[in-house]
Design a protein around this ligand. Structure first.
Ligand code: NDP
Ligand code: MG
Length: 388
């Protein structure tokens, strides 16, 4: 029996790397659903190439375009949010969750409810609804495998270890596009400048989030939610070479590091083949050529998102959903050149203090509806602040 695979966000950076791996071994995999957004031509081409059962665009106005692109191929076409959720509910063995933003939460939850293993690139799922998504996996006798490179690294360093022996987790950060800019120049930074990454080739939104360290902020919260590690044990360090993805420090002083080229196929391939290791088409590091690896203290004046992440972790409740939604709106506004780069953090901070009542939500009672409500209100508030 071939392994049944679905990929949500198949036309994105992570989705494309996932298809690259599975397309090398077509005998092993049977593709159930591929989903995308606006890139209809790519979605259709990948669905035909992989012989997918169904291709879904999240945009319901693009159904006819998708039908035209798939004509005669035998691949079913579907469009809209409902169709996306239906496709996520189709039985599969392994599902890649790689939609960007909070929009990725519900499809991932649906996949877990079918009992599929969820390879989770969509960190927003854990930030917005960590207790819900972890509980759903458990209730359906399945599990989540982290695909974010740092979390895959921590996962690998913890294999065979006792969580009680973990003293600290160090999440590395490249520092993104503006690592070495004078802080006073950040107000002049353009979206195009922010969307270039020194080491990783990723989608536009996460690349800008790397420059602001909102990506790292989300990852600190993701670490707490996925591994159940106390916030005070989670650290971050700037590591410009991006060779060490994360380190786990144990109570005997040992630090276990995951070292590899900055290529997401490491983490995707690990999650695809887990619990085994199989050869992957990634660069083998030449350490002598690399020469050195360096580390710096992250400056919170440059990256206030890190401080906000600590506040969110301490607050708990639904503050992760508030934080992420405010960040998504601020990022939309920065991309549209309606606010400056440093204003993104200011907007998020205002929304957090305005909606602090969401702190009081009991994690055991977090539902999709409550997350959606907090998310919606945070977007409304962010827009109000930015309109002032
Ligand atoms: P991209 O922007 O490259 O791709 C996003 C995917 O989601 C595309 O398929 C896009 O479709 C689709 N999409 C966008 N909006 C919606 C929506 N509202 N509903 C349904 N589908 C939608 O993102 P990345 O691949 O970079 O990132 C995906 C996720 O993985 C993010 O959560 C990110 O944080 C995480 N991640 C990414 C890493 C990377 O290296 N890229 C590393 C670690 C984590 P289309 O393009 O057709 O419009
Ligand atoms: Mg990461």
């Amino acid at each position: 029996m071939r392994r049944r695979i679905s990929i949500f966000g198949a036309t994105g950076s992570i989705g494309q790397s996932t298809i690259d791996l599975i397309a090398r071994d077509p005998q092993t995999y049977e593709v159930v659903a591929l989903t995308g957004g606006q890139n209809i031509a790519l979605l259709a081409a990948e669905a035909i190439k992989t012989g997918a059962q169904v291709a879904v665009t999240a945009d319901e106005t693009r159904l006819q375009d998708l039908r035209d692109a798939l004509a005669g191929s035998g691949v079913e076409a579907a469009a809209g949010r409902r169709a996306l959720i239906e496709a996520a509910s189709r039985p599969a063995d392994w599902v890649m969750s790689a939609i960007v933003g909070a929009a990725g939460l519900e499809p991932g939850l649906r996949a877990l409810q079918t009992g599929a293993v969820l390879a989770l690139a969509n960190k927003e799922s854990l930030v917005c609804a960590g207790p819900l998504i972890m509980r759903t996996a458990q209730a359906h006798g399945t599990h989540i495998l982290p695909v974010d490179s740092e979390h895959s690294a921590v996962f690998q360093a913890m294999i065979g270890e006792d969580l009680a022996a973990v003293e600290r987790v160090i999440i590395t950060a490249s520092g993104g596009a503006f690592r070495d800019w004078p802080i006073e120049d950040l107000a002049k930074a353009t979206p195009a400048q922010a969307a270039t990454h020194p080491n990783w080739d990723m989608g536009q939104r996460i690349t800008i989030d790397s420059a602001s360290m909102f990506n790292k902020a989300l990852e600190l919260i993701e670490t707490k939610e996925y591994f159940g590690i106390a916030p005070e044990k989670i650290e971050t360090v700037v590591h410009p070479e991006s060779m060490i993805h994360a380190m786990v420090g144990f109570n005997d002083g040992a630090l276990m590091a995951h070292v590899g080229a900055p290529d997401m196929r490491h983490a995707i391939g690990f999650a695809l083949h887990y619990p085994h290791r199989k050869p992957l088409p990634v660069e083998r590091l030449d350490l002598v050529k690399l020469g050195q690896m360096t580390f710096r203290e992250p400056c919170e004046a440059r990256w206030p998102a890190l401080r906000l992440a600590r506040e969110v972790m301490q607050a708990g409740g639904l503050m992760g959903a508030v934080f992420n939604a405010a960040k998504e709106r601020a990022l939309d506004a920065f991309i549209a050149e309606a606010i400056t780069f440093p204003q993104m953090a200011a907007v998020v901070e205002e929304v957090l203090s305005d909606l602090s009542t969401y702190e009081s939500h009991n994690p055991a009672e977090i539902t999709l509806d409550k997350v959606a409500e907090a998310d919606h209100l945070a977007r409304v508030r962010a827009d109000e602040f930015m309109a002032r």
